[in-house]
Write a protein that binds this ligand. Structure first.
Ligand code: PXP
Length: 241
């Protein structure tokens, strides 16, 4: 199972003072030294954490692979095409949200998928970038994603992260969704809200091949250092497998 570390919140700390520290590029290098298989960043339209120049510098310095999360804002799509990262994960974005709250809407069953999203998938794919869609673990949405011809989906684990203490319902939903997506020919990724306390049941789902984890690793890195924080997460995932 691949662990991609999202370093957005290293930039959040820097942006709190608008200085040049801590540097997400240095943090990414530490993640790679500790065994991360890839680095993920989300360049938001509001530029609240990661900045354009961070993505440019990461594209030039990452020695594993870069997973560029973005919505369909034209200038950001253009930047992604120019940098040609290994992977682009399309996510929904709302200005007022604290973090990405739900998966992409791919359209109601009797409605076409929003043309802008379809065009963005085609443009990124046409530039040779592997495209993943961040979606809720919902069977009709998975089928729609497969019909859109993308190679991968990332299942939103937010509901699981919010409810795992009380119930197994969201975990069962993830298991079913992962099986369904794999059977539809999609590579299955997952992420959002995963922590050392809840990661293992998700890491144990055989169909999931990639986890994207950010906030908890950056939080822990403040106390124990980035390399240590990544190694802890890596060990938990490997044990669950
Ligand atoms: N995957 C996607 C698509 C995301 O948008 C995020 C948050 O930016 C994550 C994974 C990581 O979530 P967290 O920071 O809660 O680990």
């Amino acid at each position: 199972m691949r662990l991609y570390v999202n370093v957005d919140h290293v930039a959040t700390v820097r942006q709190a003072r608008r200085t040049d520290e801590p540097d997400p590029v240095e943090a990414a290098a530490a993640c790679e030294r500790a065994g991360a298989d890839g680095i993920t960043v989300h360049l938001r339209e509001d530029r609240r954490h990661i900045q354009d120049d961070d993505v440019r510098r990461l594209a030039a310095s990452v020695t594993t692979v870069l997973n560029f999360e973005l919505a369909t804002a034209e200038e950001i799509v253009q930047l992604a095409i120019a940098l040609a990262p290994h992977q682009a994960t399309l996510v929904p974005e709302r200005r007022e949200e604290v973090t990405t709250e739900g998966g992409l809407s791919l359209g109601a069953p009797d409605q076409p998928t929003e043309p802008r999203l379809v065009q963005t998938i085609e443009r990124l794919g046409g530039a040779g970038i592997r495209v993943s869609l961040f979606i809720d673990p919902d069977l009709p949405t998975i089928e729609r994603a497969a019909r859109l011809g993308v190679p991968a989906v990332e299942l939103h684990t937010g509901e699981y992260a919010n409810t795992y203490r009380e119930s197994e319902v969201a975990l069962d939903r993830l298991r079913t969704a992962a099986r369904h997506a794999r059977a539809a020919g999609l590579a299955v990724h997952a992420g959002h809200g995963l922590t050392p306390r809840n990661v293992q049941p998700v890491a144990a789902i055989a169909e999931i091949e990639e986890l994207n984890i950010g906030h908890t690793i950056v939080s822990r890195s403040i106390l124990v250092g980035m390399e240590h924080a990544v190694r802890e997460m890596r060990a938990l995932i490997d044990r669950a497998r």
